[in-house]
Design a protein around this ligand. Structure first.
Ligand SMILES: [Zn+2]
Length: 425
């Protein structure tokens, strides 16, 4: 991997126009029609001729558990409660080394499929941060609160979270620290309130699972005087624009109104929802119109099997069109936004668009194949026709993390990950 230097991408399509992109200090410093950026003689600029390939913003995967990349396929054909119970049993056997290599595998897969930023929620997060930063993409790393009503565990987690926050103040890389609490059914009310207050006090994002299954909603209503998980959290003052709520799948009209008014970032994880049969009537139009910021995620590999955002986009749109009986649902530009700039907005980072002044998170897409041989628009071919192996190169924060489908260290990652996989077999 080369250091953050100055790169000139020549002959690259931006919004269908053949352009040159100058990248400097990790940012897109200039976009001009092809041939209009002059390189001063002797300047230390790496020039890359992209030969007419197309620039797309790097994807922002807004909800995943990277440390589960080595758990794919481990729980096929089981119901959600069994799935979660078994996953928690398996997770009792893993350690920081497992999470480090699993996150390396996840980062490798994310790079290959075009993700340059991801919002993670998992254990042994210092190991996850190290693995991702080494790979050159941007992780949002959480401390996960999950006390299951145990006061001693809660005290230990409060201390650990404080400690990790203090450590994060000296992080000098791309990683961002956030607080997470797992869900309303696995975290005590006292710890929900504590995590919310902690996030607010330190201006951190708050990453949660919310209204993923009908069981979660019914149990919450039974335990909290008829309040849904959204109403319950709102009654506690948890919900605002710093909240990143994964799933938000089972919502009443009142829930949608609350999520919109509080400007919550709602993350749709369609492949995970379909796989565990949690449902698929995600209220995209309604949440968008109410004022929520709708983003896309893959969830972890134990439920969705891969981390491919292109696949997530395609499945999300197909399901919206199908259950609404409306082919106009989730149009291409909005679909791309849910996978790029909406996520960047939620994470408060200057990314998600190919525009001057933005982070240089760029996918270089090779259109010289059957999938793009069409009079149709690039985005339609990219999302509905092609696969992520058309992503030829990936630039993250101004550095190449994949060139011509090559990622440094891939063989070693696979070999080392194979060794730690033994822990869970
Ligand atoms: Zn999840």
């Amino acid at each position: 991997m080369n250091e953050t230097g100055t790169i000139l991408l020549k002959n690259i399509r931006v919004d269908e126009r053949l352009s040159d992109i100058l990248i400097s200090r990790g940012l897109i410093s200039s976009i001009r029609p092809a041939g209009e950026i002059d390189v001063p003689a002797g300047a230390s600029i790496e020039t890359v001729d992209c030969g007419g390939k197309t620039a797309v913003p790097g994807f922002v995967n807004m909800h995943t558990h990277a440390g589960m990349a080595l758990m794919r396929g481990i729980q096929e054909d089981v119901v959600f409660d069994r799935w979660l119970e078994n996953i928690w049993k398996i997770e009792s056997r893993i350690d920081a080394d497992f999470v480090y290599w699993s996150t390396k595998v996840a980062a490798l897969e994310m790079i290959r499929t075009g993700t340059t930023t991801f919002n993670d929620q998992y254990w042994f997060s210092p190991a996850a941060r190290r693995a991702t930063v080494e790979m050159g993409i941007r992780p949002v790393i959480s401390y996960v609160v999950l006390d299951q009503g145990n006061p001693e565990e809660a005290a230990r987690q409060r201390e650990q979270c404080q400690q990790m926050y203090e450590e994060s103040l000296s992080w000098n890389d791309q990683a961002i620290f956030e607080v997470a609490f797992h869900a309303v059914y696995s975290v005590s009310e006292a710890m929900i309130l504590w995590a919310t207050e902690f996030a607010r006090k330190h201006n951190l994002l708050l990453h949660i699972h919310l209204s993923e299954t009908t069981g979660e909603v019914e149990n919450c209503q039974a335990a909290h005087g008829g309040l849904s998980p959204v109403e319950y959290l709102d009654s506690l003052g948890v919900l605002d624009e710093r909240v990143i709520a994964a799933h938000t799948l089972w919502l009443s009209e009142n829930d949608i109104r609350i999520l919109g008014e509080r400007k919550v970032n709602c993350v749709h994880n369609i492949n995970s929802n379909l796989k565990i049969a949690s449902g698929y009537h995600f209220h995209y139009n309604e949440l968008r119109d109410a004022g929520a910021n709708v983003c896309l995620g893959t969830d972890g590999c134990a439920s969705s099997n891969n981390l491919d955002m292109l696949e997530a986009m395609k499945t999300s749109a197909l399901l919206q069109k199908a259950w609404r009986w409306d082919p106009k649902a989730m149009p291409l530009d909005e679909l791309l936004a849910t996978a790029t700039r909406n996520g960047a907005k939620a994470l408060r980072i200057n990314a998600g668009e190919i525009a001057e002044g933005k982070e240089a998170d760029i996918l270089v897409v090779d259109t010289d194949n059957t999938f793009f041989l069409s009079p149709g628009p690039f985005l339609g071919n990219f999302i509905y026709s092609a696969h992520s192996d058309c992503i030829d190169s990936v630039i993250s924060g101004g550095r190449f993390v994949m060139r011509n489908r090559h990622v440094d260290g891939e063989k070693e990652i696979l070999a080392e990950a194979r060794k730690v996989l033994k822990q869970i077999i």
